[in-house]
Design a protein around this ligand. Structure first.
Ligand SMILES: *[C@@H]1O[C@H](CO)[C@@H](O)[C@H](O)[C@H]1NC(C)=O
Ligand SMILES: *[C@@H]1O[C@H](CO)[C@@H](O)[C@H](O)[C@H]1NC(C)=O
Ligand SMILES: *[C@@H]1O[C@H](CO)[C@@H](O)[C@H](O)[C@H]1NC(C)=O
Length: 357
């Protein structure tokens, strides 16, 4: 009897650990095959992952809390895939995995949004790791010294080459700039993004002419131009990147919420009165640029991971800075995202992808 009791007692002590082991394995298996982009937003009081005060380098246009945004419910949503749980973000684990590595975000201000979020997530959880910030033209680099991990933002809104000529700036849909190519080859993780600047007209249009094959054009259909530029980019990846060494991601199109009637709020004009996400069942049309991006990635022979953030971000009409992108009274930003906020989820998804790939 004594021995049996003892055996039961020992088993009782061990069971929780056995359970952990089993769950741990399950979790990994699940993550490997899980569609992490298919899910819903759940309220979770343990969020956000950091506070604005723990990340003093958030740029003003994203720092909604410091700019006076009064509500904070929008900070407390966690993305829950239907089929699994996302791994909880761990800065130490992330930095260990990428010791001596370079992670580069290449793109427009949506990349800046995600890059800033990642640097905040890492810094707030490991505030005693030395951090060096460097800035040169078009490039911002944060290095976490104890791990020698660099997290880099490379401003490059169109990805293909733009050349200064006497007649004006010529955007070449068929070519990648040598300097860019050189830097991209030397990176360990690349997270690209491009679209919003393809859509600018008038004075905000970032070129004077477009070189399309051997034709020099004043302008052309922007979706066609985007397709051609992405194909040039994809061919460059096929010919230059060893995906065993360099992981390539493309951030899905980040949606805007400039027209409140598009989510059925006919009393408002823009995103300024939104305090809650939309339910998972709410249907919004896939942006045309996203259709093109997915098609290009689909026919690229090298593995490019789509960071498929479009759909889950479409539900977050509440997560934009609106008037809290500045402390003044001007501006209405329903395109970028508050930090802390939605881009932290993009990085939780990136973390999940990096763990499972
Ligand atoms: C991206 O995720 C959404 C939501 O789960 C899904 O409907 C869509 O098919 C996904 N796109 C791709 C290319 O996997
Ligand atoms: C730090 O990482 C870079 C790559 O990002 C590498 O070239 C360099 O050798 C590393 N430095 C040390 C001291 O290991
Ligand atoms: C944003 O919408 C609110 C009402 O929802 C309106 O009062 C305000 O003028 C709008 N601002 C801009 C810049 O469109």
């Amino acid at each position: 009897m004594g021995a049996l009791h003892q055996a039961i007692a020992i088993l009782g002590l061990l069971l929780p650990f056995l359970g952990l082991l089993v769950n741990g394995d399950d979790h990994k298996m699940e993550l490997a095959s899980c569609d992490i982009y298919n899910g819903r937003w759940v309220y979770d009081n343990s969020y956000p992952l950091y506070h604005s005060s723990q990340c003093h380098f958030i740029e003003m246009p994203f720092d909604c809390q410091r700019n006076g945004r009064p509500d904070d419910v929008y900070l407390r949503y966690r993305w829950k895939p239907f089929a699994c749980d996302l791994p909880r973000f761990s800065a130490v684990d992330f930095l260990e995995r990428f010791r001596n590595k370079k992670i580069v975000f290449v793109g427009d201000s949506m990349s800046l949004n995600q890059w800033q979020s990642l640097t905040c997530m890492l810094h707030s959880q490991s505030p005693h790791t030395g951090l060096v910030k460097e800035r040169e033209e078009g490039l911002s680099k944060f290095t976490f010294l104890d791990y020698n991990v660099s997290i880099i933002m490379e401003r490059n809104a169109l990805l293909v080459e733009i050349a200064k000529k006497s007649k004006g700036d010529v955007l070449n849909l068929g070519s990648i700039a040598d300097d860019d190519a050189q830097r991209w080859r030397e990176s360990d993780v690349l997270v690209f993004n491009s679209w919003h600047w393809w859509n600018h007209h008038g004075r905000k249009k970032p070129w004077d002419f477009i070189m399309d094959g051997d034709k020099l054009r004043k302008d052309m259909n922007r979706l066609v131009a985007y397709w051609k530029a992405l194909r040039t980019w994809a061919r460059w990846v096929e010919n230059n990147i060893d995906t065993a060494k360099t992981k390539i991601f493309f951030q899905g199109i980040s949606p805007t919420h400039t027209d409140a009637s598009s989510w059925g709020n006919y009393n408002a004009k823009n995103c300024s009165e939104e305090k809650l996400p939309l339910p998972a069942s709410f249907h919004q049309k896939k942006p045309a640029a996203e259709v093109i991006l997915e098609r290009v990635i689909g026919i690229t022979s090298k593995r490019v991971h789509l960071l498929n953030i479009t759909r889950l971000s479409q539900l977050r009409k509440d997560a934009h800075p609106s008037v809290y992108g500045t402390t003044g009274h001007y501006g209405m930003d329903c395109s970028h995202w508050c930090l802390p906020g939605l881009p932290d989820t993009w990085n939780e998804l990136l973390y999940a992808e990096l763990i499972r790939n």
